[in-house]
Design a protein around this ligand. Structure first.
Ligand code: LLP
Length: 437
């Protein structure tokens, strides 16, 4: 992946930095991000739009990995930013991200969150439901301002991915239902409001998608609706946001197409509809998260105990697990890994990588071919850059790992390792202890 290679010491090297040195210096578990690879991914999206002369915004879906340094990088690469909560917005503001390029998502934004977004002057809200439109209108009016809005549509397209990360189908908690006239009603409400400006529509069909079919179906469905809106409401959206969801390769089983190919096909499809309807070409916005950061992230763990059950299985345990990577437990997600300190050694056995949480489901990888691993060896798990750190938690009060960015031989700590003080810093001791006599 990216700038990863095996160096003369038979160590895994990323961004010109020896990962064994990183593990020693910063401790494990450790997230290591290949900055050059993230830049490459971001640029590929942007350049595809430029080459096709389509006005576009590529909004990095910060839920995939939201930290100040990552947001700084998104800014450097000229990306826009998708946030879904006050916490993500706060992070973006703390990173001084240009507010006009921030898009606020979410199916249940609170009054506080909407107020925070409006006060910050963010680029737009992706409105999800009628209640939100009402609050947006009300707060915008109170503040005497005009708020730009995209309407999130649920296009009725089912993406072939895990149920939990599929969002475009009719029976979904997200967006205005396209089939029942809700979208038309939302268009009317927004256009009739003095404090809302309708920029266009949004659709996101799911995540970790390997085919373009779903996106193209969503575009077809939306343009069917646009034809109707154009005739009946004289409304044509200026912006078409098609969300994220471009799949990446976690293991050999995954066969994604290059992310920019999705964009090319989407552009062609949109252009053909625009030509047919003889309307102005809308701006196309996309929201890639995983496809920008996913394969750029590697987690380094130290190997500890093991347990061999004769004729059944060998467990090899690492010093992290579902606390820093919830995806295997939540989605049965699969990963590949190697020994970073003996990267040239041949795999001799199949082992199952166990996390350290008090839970049988805390297994990171089943049946991984690996050289005979010893305590102290460093395991590098690949493709952990998306929804790893961002879904990290403190189950069993295990501190979250540190995060390091590597590029051109330099390593920069971008998130400190949590300390035990951090773990208890919100706790308040019980006031009066029960006195048992
Ligand atoms: N836009 C919207 C409206 C979304 O809901 C999402 C992801 C994205 C963009 C970015 O999708 P991406 O390009 O990263 O696939 N935790 C799950 C993924 C949940 C995705 C939620 N929404 C996982 O670990 O696979």
């Amino acid at each position: 992946y990216g700038t990863s290679r095996i160096n003369a010491l038979s160590h895994l090297e990323i961004g010109g930095v020896d990962t064994v040195d990183l593990a020693q210096k910063y401790g494990t578990p450790l997230f290591v991000y290949d900055v050059a690879l993230m830049r490459k991914r971001a640029r590929a999206f942007k350049e595809t739009f430029d080459k096709n002369q389509v006005k576009a915004q590529v909004a990095y879906a910060s839920k995939a990995f939201s930290t100040i340094a990552m947001i700084n990088l998104a800014e450097e690469e000229g990306l826009s930013l998708d946030v879904v909560s006050a916490g993500e917005l706060y992070t973006a503001l703390a990173a001084n991200f240009p507010v006009e390029r921030i898009h606020f998502h979410g199916n249940n934004k609170s009054v506080e969150e909407i107020t925070m977004g409006i006060e910050a002057g963010i680029g737009c809200f992706v409105a999800d439901n009628f209640y939100e439109l009402q609050i947006l209108q009300q707060i915008a009016k109170e503040k005497g301002t005009i708020v730009s809005v995209l309407l999130r549509i649920s296009p009725g397209v089912e993406a072939h991915t895990h149920d939990y990360i599929s969002t475009g189908q009719i029976d979904s908690k997200f967006g205005f239902d396209l089939k029942s006239g809700q979208v038309e009603k939302a268009i009317e409400i927004t256009r009739n409001s003095e404090n809302l400006e309708l920029l266009g529509v949004h659709s996101h069909i799911g995540s970790q998608i390997f085919e373009t079919t779903g996106f193209l179906m969503a575009v077809d469905t939306i343009f069917e609706a646009i034809e109707k809106w154009s005739n009946e409401l004289s409304y044509v959206p200026k912006v078409l946001n098609l969300g994220g969801g471009f799949g990446i390769r976690y293991t050999e089983e995954d066969n994604p197409i290059p992310p920019e190919n999705y964009v090319v096909e989407i552009i062609d499809k949109v252009k053909s509809h625009v030509k047919h309807l003889q309307i102005e070409m809308p701006e196309i916005w996309i929201e890639p998260g995983r496809s920008i950061v996913g394969d750029a992230g590697t987690t380094l763990y130290s190997i500890g105990s093991n347990k061999e059950i004769p004729d059944v299985r060998k467990y090899v345990a690492v010093d992290g697990g579902m606390g820093d990577n919830l995806r295997p437990a939540l989605y049965q997600a699969k990963y590949e890994a190697i020994l970073a300190n003996r990267a040239n050694d041949i795999a001799e056995e199949k082992v199952s990588i166990a996390g350290k949480c008090c839970e049988s489901g805390d297994m990171l990888i089943w049946d991984l071919p690996l050289p005979k691993a010893n305590p102290g060896d460093i395991l590098a798990v690949f493709c952990t850059g998306a929804y790893g750190y961002s879904m990290a938690n403190n189950y069993n009060r295990i501190p979250r790992p540190a995060v390091v960015f590597v590029e051109n031989g330099d390593a920069q700590l971008v998130v400190k390792r949590e300390s035990y003080e951090d773990i208890i810093h919100l706790d308040i001791p019980l006031k009066s202890k029960l006195k048992l006599s």
